[in-house]
Design a protein around this ligand. Sequence first.
Ligand code: ZN
Length: 266
Amino acid sequence: MKKHGYLFLAMFSSLMLAACAEQKSEEKEVITTTADQSDWSYEESTGPEHWGELHPSNLACVNGSEQSPINVEFPEVKADGNLKGNEIHYEPTPYTLENNGHTIQANATTESNHIIIEDNEYKLSQFHFHTPSEHQFNGQNYDMELHLVHSDKDGKLAVIGLMIQEGNENKQFASMWDELPTDKMAKGNSEKHIIDLQALLPENETTFQYAGSLTTPPCTEEVQWIVFEQPIEMSKAQIEAFQQIFPDNHRPVQPINEREINKSGE
Ligand SMILES: [Zn+2]
């Protein structure tokens, strides 16, 4: 009887080991898949010059004609008197925070933030950061750029871009910056935090608007861009804290081609 008991124990534990091994290989597979989706970067052979070669779905990165970001040359901007300012409806917003390997991204956990462009409603889904800025004004980059990404009911995207320059500490970002997830693919534990997005916007409502794309693979076009002319501020320490995690995560400016940039909200 005792012998059988040992035999059973031996069989049972080898079964458990097999089960563990299987689980391990599944975990491995998940990690591989994630790595494949994020194998683009901002440097060398997987950097912006090569995004188009990395995956067939990235073709717009090389073949697109309306790519972002762009350099906004102020003398070439059209002041469109008919273009009314966009309605931005932001409020204090709870979010979760993640380091997705390319940027720090805050995912809004409510759908209450929205903007209206030409009577179409776009809801805020997430916002994230680049350094240095992706858009240029008259050939100059800012220290950082914030992108607030919205989508409408058909999945069409509208992104608000805010330039960030060194200055006073930005209090709206204080609690987020207290727990920036430094490790790639790490989730922050920030469900308890709330950011006041309305208070974040610059006083001057002048914006540049143009038709562009995602600035990361797959560089999908038909993205409505709204870039505020007035920058917001962050302290040197806040900017450096981000740059310690991502020293450079910006795509260089792309050709404007036939596009017009309109100015509104003055
Ligand atoms: Zn972005």
